[in-house]
Design a protein around this ligand. Sequence first.
Ligand code: NAP
Length: 433
Amino acid sequence: MRHVAVIGSGPAGYYSAEALQKEFGEDVRVDVIDRLPVPYGLIRFGVAPDHQSIKAVAKRYEKVALSGNVRFVGNVMVGRDISIPELLDLYDAVILATGAPNDRPLDIPGSDLPGVVGSAAFVGWYNGHPEFADLDPPLDCEAVAVVGNGNVALDVARILAKTPAEFVGSDIVAHAFEALGNAKIRTIHLLGRRGPHQIAMTPKELGELGHLEAAVPKVDLADFPDELDDVLLEPGMRKSVGHLRSFAAMSHDKPKIIDFDFFAAPVAIEGNGKVERVIVERTHLTKDLRSEGTGETYSIDCGLVVSCIGYKTPPIDGIPYEHGRGRFANDEGFIAPGLYCVGWARRGPTGTIGTNRPDGYEVAEKLAAELKGGSSDKPGRPGLDALLAARGVDIVTFRDWQKIEAAETARARLGSPREKFTAIEDMLNARGG
Ligand code: NAP
């Protein structure tokens, strides 16, 4: 028997647990540990609430979680309740699947003004993450600047643009549903520091912007390279750029505009005690397709700036870390004997949910090479339980989570699959007696 601890219950964590089951069969016990009382990480707190079909992958993780040799251990914070060296003493291997929940900072003057928020905070707010439930972003302004040209910037722009009716079927949390319904926003500026051929937006997500009830996307064809150059793009990107070009023909007869501002790098944020405007520098592309400032600046009035410029894995004391890439220093998932990382903690914040699957399988194979055959003298689960009980840690099991989930389903507003609890205390109380 082998004992493995997986830290983090998001996609990378559950794909690893699934892979370990396939690799070791009945000869492994996997504990999936999460700092929150609820599982699924990015699926619950990152994927947009109006993208329920993507969230449905949680059913696959549930199957893994309910199998005999995998256990969910929620409400346990590594670094507070237990350390990595302690886990390495208890288990044959520890896999870090901690994701990349921290914002990359928008490091420009004024970025600390009230009204400047990172996407982790903003997305966490509308998805009910306990850490960001009280964010209360200023939505009583006419214009918002969303910085970045990736899928997260698209998610944020779309959520800001939608009407209450367009949230039917979503699990956007009540506080965000209400606040967005009362918002005064008319213009959403999407600031990309490079051009239409350098966006990091996928076609399906970009196409959605063309079908919004009260908002229309707007582009300036003067920002685009010659249309013939589109054939040089890989097919997905060509499709995305095709959507962008089609936006140019749309009439702006709806109350809100999503304005694509290309070759626009924010260089400062100004305002008297809060955000009032973003100073943007015009850019052009260098030969190697990087953005370079031209020295020409202009200003965009806005009351909220959401910076969607990527994420970082939180470092853990004693674990080697690559600051530039915001991830653990690793060699294809290997950190040290018995210590591995997967998903965004391994690769940095790129790729779709499914991209995490091969990571888990690769690490399971490596672990099999390291561990298969012999048997363990590690305490595993009983050891963890004894240590956490001695420290008074209130563990949440998968059965407990199912009770929390049932309570969230029961209190959902009409047309919504669930109304998430946003306070840890409420999640714990929902387990019942
Ligand atoms: P991303 O795809 O890496 O995009 C980050 C964007 O921020 C890029 O446009 C980048 O521009 C820009 N940027 C970075 N630093 C900047 C700065 N200092 N000033 C201005 N702009 C800056 O990251 P993401 O949008 O956070 O998404 C993370 C991952 O999750 C991606 O793989 C994404 O596809 C995935 N995701 C998928 C979905 C979906 O499938 N529905 C939804 C959300 C997220 P440059 O290109 O010039 O660096």
